[in-house]
Design a protein around this ligand. Structure first.
Ligand code: NAP
Length: 310
């Protein structure tokens, strides 16, 4: 297999960093990785984790998905502008009642998570079409399939990504290009920490008491437990992503977390759409204790599955 060039966005931490390190460290040297980040001052962790691959199979470059000039500059510095595999990973989260969020904060989520992908593809897609080869891999989320309480705008941004990609995939097929949406559930990264801290600091004065209580005493109270129970690591997601990249016929959608699959399945089980909404409602508002117990049960199942695998 000839060496493939891979451009990954958002490599200063989390999934992007884990994926860049894994691909650049490939024993068969199948990939040349352009690991990009918006702020090069944050490159130290990646440099340390990447070790001797830097300058060999990895190059670190500046790229801000919210800035067209930065995207153009980065891609024009890649030999022949050739990107065989584009991994759109950069993303930001936002939680809380919408009445306590500003439109600017919401627009930043859409601008990064959705328009960031659009900007990148406007630059990369024409070259891929000309060559009639390329794989576009998008780190989406299970929240691109199903909304979750107090994640309204974040879920909307990932739904936008999924709708955009579903439309584009049909055209891509005509040009023999592959498109794959990677859909993780909770992943323990900086993202989880930043989102939780922002939630804890949020000014809730614009919300009524019932909504503010719901956010603090139900959502934030269970947040850590959900990540502890269902959370995967950035390395887990990197491993899944590499498998999809190496697949002969990469799937359009790939969920990384089997513990989460029963939850997303509800969506497809009822065309009216009521089943997942009612199930979440009951779990959150009527069965707070059962919710915690269910999480423990799910965790136990996951541990048993791991024991069997090992
Ligand atoms: N963690 C989860 O629970 C989870 C679950 C499902 C899906 N995801 C998705 O996974 C992806 C990666 O998230 P993560 O969990 O690895 O979080 P992370 O550690 O916070 O990484 C996010 C990366 O995106 C970068 N970024 C943000 N805005 C950017 C911009 N305008 N231009 C370029 N880079 C930008 C960040 O850079 P800075 O360091 O400069 O901020 C950081 O490198 C995101 O798309 C996220 O939505 C995460």
């Amino acid at each position: 297999m000839a060496q493939k060039t891979v451009l990954i966005t958002g490599c200063s931490s989390g999934i992007g960093m884990a994926l860049a390190v894994k691909m650049a460290g490939d024993e068969q040297k199948r990939f040349r990785v352009y690991a990009t980040m918006r702020n090069l001052d944050k490159k130290d962790h990646l440099v340390e984790a990447a070790g001797r691959t830097i300058g060999n199979t990895m190059e670190i470059m500046q790229l801000d998905v919210c800035n067209e000039d930065s995207i153009k500059m980065c891609i024009s510095n890649i030999p022949d502008r050739r990107i065989d595999i584009l991994v759109n990973n950069a993303g930001v989260g936002l939680i809380g009642p919408i009445e306590c969020q500003t439109i600017d904060e919401m627009q930043n989520v859409m601008d990064t998570n959705f328009f960031g992908l659009v900007r990148l593809l406007k630059e990369v897609l024409p070259d891929m079409k000309k060559r009639r080869s390329g794989h576009i891999v998008i780190i989406s989320s299970v929240m691109g399939i199903q909304g979750i309480l107090f994640n309204d705008v974040y879920a909307a941004s990932k739904f936008a990504v999924e709708g955009f990609c579903e439309s584009l995939a049909i055209q891509a097929l005509k040009f023999k290009l592959h498109l794959s949406l990677i859909e993780p559930g909770p992943v323990v990264t900086e993202f989880e920490r930043k989102v939780f801290e922002d939630g804890m600091k949020m000014d809730l004065s614009a919300a009524d008491k019932e909504t503010a209580d719901m956010f603090v005493n139900i959502y934030l109270k269970n947040y850590k437990q959900i990540f502890q129970t269902l959370g995967q690591s950035a390395e887990d997601i990197a491993e899944h992503t590499v498998k999809i990249i190496l697949a002969e016929n990469p799937p359009f959608r790939h969920q990384t977390n089997t513990l989460y699959t029963p939850i997303t399945t509800l969506k497809y089980a009822d065309p009216n759409g009521d089943l997942p909404i009612e199930t979440f409602y009951k779990l959150v508002f009527q069965h707070d204790k059962i919710f915690s117990a269910s999480l423990n049960f799910i965790k136990l199942q996951g541990e048993e599955q791991n024991d069997i695998k090992n």
